[in-house]
Design a protein around this ligand. Sequence first.
Ligand SMILES: Cc1ncc(COP(=O)(O)O)c(C=O)c1O
Length: 406
Amino acid sequence: MAKQSRNLPLDPDVAFETAAVRAGTERTDFGEHSEALFLTSSFVYQSAAQAAAMFSGAEEGYVYSRFSNPTVAMFERRLAVLEGAEDCVATSSGMSAILAVCLSHLKPGDRVLCGASVFGATVTLFANLMTRFGVETIFVPATDPQAWRAAANDHTRMLFFETPSNPLMEIVDLEALAALGRDLGALTVIDNVFCTPAQQRPLEYGIDVVVHSGTKFIEGQGRVIGGAVLGSREFIRKSIYPFVRTTGPSISPFNAWVMLKGLETMPLRVRAQSEAALTLARWLEAHPAVARVYYSGLESHPQHALARRQQRGFGAVIAFELRGEGNAEADRVRAWKAIDAVRIFSITGNLGDTRSTITHPATTTHGRLTPEARARAGIGEGLIRIGIGLEAVEDLRRDLERALAG
Ligand SMILES: Cc1ncc(COP(=O)(O)O)c(C=O)c1O
């Protein structure tokens, strides 16, 4: 059969949108237009000698899908181009991406500094799991570079943060954190879930490592779980790849394929979703039942100027506080009642979906935190988090009106 594929290299200076649909593609000899899904656990060889060469790494090729897979490799290459990273390893989830960075980089006696307002499972990972391995974590007010410096000691090996953070949309100064990391000789790691590379490229600011929950905006339609670690070729090949290959938090080729296709529409989706989010955040801010709105696109956000400087948009997640009397029980009842009143928003913990979502962080995404950790992160009982999807913004506004009227 004739080979019919054209694998032409992409010009290095193509626009982000072009890279999102084209980068990393490698066609088979069949010439398929849409990227192939290689559902295979292992790969075969022409001879025992070739098998030996590929297992040892003397010859390049695919061995076993825990190590690498052509579909996974296409996803990794495309995401690396979009993040401006030298290399990428995809993982089974966002949490396993964070775990891979921790376990491949940290050792007993090390100190981690972590932003206080981050995803609940991330707090649990640092506060509980890593402690058992002798790694100490200090949670710091992430918006204050001085607080990071004050919490550091000679054993500080990692600075971890989200910006915007989940759920309070705090903005961390990327340049300041990158400089501090260099001073301390500590790895700077950002969870770039809320902005995606469509709106924020932290490596350009000197941050060392980006982690992703691909489950959110990258995948984009709430179907599968996955994640990724991105950074220098040296860090990814010497630290992350051997860890994932040996311990197995690898992404399934199917999930990688869904995410590869998700990347194609990500720039358009994120733009539309964040424009709708800004409209709704402005409307919520003016609503009498709302005490405070957390969204970095609002002029009232304390780090709005910084967000404008380092982001190309403000993301599609908003948190807001209902007006209450400061009584935790009454605040929770009011928040649950508002959530129960919606008809379009899905009551679910996920975000970054084409369908808008609503959740009560204190009892869901951050429910396993101790009351002290929740207080430190500023997550009250009256706080509601919404992830904006692709429904008409006017329908979403009416749905929120219904919730707030309750
Ligand atoms: C900011 C952030 N990081 C990481 C995660 C974890 O990702 P995953 O669910 O893919 O493990 C989530 C949500 O689940 C998140 O919101």
